[in-house]
Design a protein around this ligand. Structure first.
Ligand code: CU
Length: 160
């Protein structure tokens, strides 16, 4: 990840913490320890590679676990697709294939990258046609963290 992206993540995280402090201050002054459950999974660079027709599309993103405990990604869904699966691409003897992933653990402090040739979301059967520049929501579900709703940008077929 570039330095600029790191700063972006930190800035966003900082804003989130400020927001939490504000809400906590309003509802329960000094009642809760600072370490109470704060969602600490942060997604950046969320994008989808557009292909023609109704071919399944691949979704990529960086997922940072900024919390003190591991989290496990267990599912993904989107109102823009009938089915979303978590896949991993593998290369074996010159043949590439992909396998579904049921559970994907991310250690505290780690960043997991979904990128071409590795982990990806497989987005199957569009609810309506998509175009480059569209954004579509995807909900990521975890154990150990709250669900995350992320906007994915639709990029061209030759994008990274
Ligand atoms: Cu796949």
């Amino acid at each position: 990840m570039t330095k600029r992206a790191d700063i972006g993540v930190l800035a966003r995280f900082g804003l989130y913490l400020i927001g939490m402090t504000f809400v906590t201050g309003l509802t329960a002054p000094a009642a809760r320890p600072v370490t109470s459950a704060v969602s600490t999974t942060v997604v950046t660079h969320a994008r989808i590679r557009l292909l023609p027709g109704d071919l399944p599309l691949a979704g990529y993103f960086d997922l940072a676990n900024q919390g003190a405990r591991s989290v496990v990604l267990i599912a993904a869904s989107s109102p823009a697709f009938r089915k979303v699966e978590i896949h991993r691409s593998m290369e074996e003897g010159g043949m590439s294939s992909m396998v579904p992933v049921q559970r994907l653990g991310i250690r505290a402090g780690a960043i997991l990258r979904f990128s071409p040739g590795g982990y990806h979301l497989m987005l199957v059967r569009r609810v309506k046609p998509l175009r480059i520049g569209d954004t579509v929501p995807v909900i990521l579900k975890f154990t150990g963290a709250a669900p995350l709703r992320v906007m994915f940008r639709v990029n061209g077929a030759d994008s990274e």
